[in-house]
Design a protein around this ligand. Structure first.
Ligand SMILES: Nc1nc2c(c(=O)[nH]1)N[C@H]1C(S)=C(S)[C@@H](COP(=O)(O)O)O[C@H]1N2
Ligand SMILES: [Mo]
Length: 202
């Protein structure tokens, strides 16, 4: 049987690992913080899910420890152009929190609040289906205060400014309101593969 020459040998393109305009930062992990680093004891930390939900719910540190634990292993991408490969974070899926709170049908967006007042907005669809976590461990060790400990948001498929450190609240809203960096010119969604860095980018 004749074989179309070349067809079977064609190689798939190697998967691209670095989004456009990014570089591999290597073993380091830069700290990027707009505000003073708060020192929050695990015992005094809590996270709430409220806004357009059926059951506004708050979890203390002890209570999130009782939830099913999950890890994320993979890459993170900062809009300042560094990417870090193969990070390992452990916490709970945002899906678990949303299931308990019950998003109302009108809820289309979320404002993530840090206890410091930092905010960042996300489409609800970007923090569901196993793509967002609240995390308290990095590489098996407690997340340090500089990196958002005791607990931060992790949304690794979007630029890292969406991953609010010192997470305190997920507020579900009907409309997309800009958060801290978004009011200062950064993109409302921030997909690194689409290079959505600034307002006006695709
Ligand atoms: N509360 C808070 N969260 C934040 C920030 C911040 O300044 N404050 N910076 C964001 C930005 S721009 C990035 S790149 C990452 C940096 O996280 P890291 O310092 O752990 O690398 O956190 C994001 N979350
Ligand atoms: Mo960033």
């Amino acid at each position: 049987m004749p074989v179309t020459r070349g067809f079977s040998r064609r190689r798939a393109e190697p998967p691209r690992r670095l989004p456009p305009g990014q570089y591999d930062v290597g073993a380091g992990w830069p700290v990027l913080t707009a505000e003073a680093t708060p020192r929050i004891a695990r015992e005094s930390w809590s996270v709430g899910v409220d806004g357009l939900v059926e059951r506004p719910t708050t979890w203390t540190w002890e209570e999130v420890q009782q939830l099913p634990r999950l890890s994320y292993q993979g890459d993170i991408h900062c809009v300042t152009t560094w990417s870090k490969f193969d990070t390992l974070f452990t916490g709970v899926s945002v899906d678990t929190l949303l299931e308990a709170a019950g998003p109302l049908p009108e809820a289309g967006f979320v404002m993530a609040h840090s206890s410091t007042g930092y905010t960042t907005n996300l489409p609800l669809a970007d923090i569901t289906d196993g793509r967002a976590w609240i995390v308290w461990e990095h590489d098996g060790r407690p997340l340090t205060a500089e990196h958002g400990g005791p607990v931060r948001l992790l949304v690794p498929h979007l630029y890292f400014w969406k991953s609010a450190k010192w997470i305190s609240r997920l507020e579900l809203t009907a409309e997309d309101r800009p958060g801290f960096w978004e009011r200062n010119g950064y993109h409302d969604r921030g997909d690194p593969w689409l290079e959505q860095r600034y307002q006006g980018d695709p």
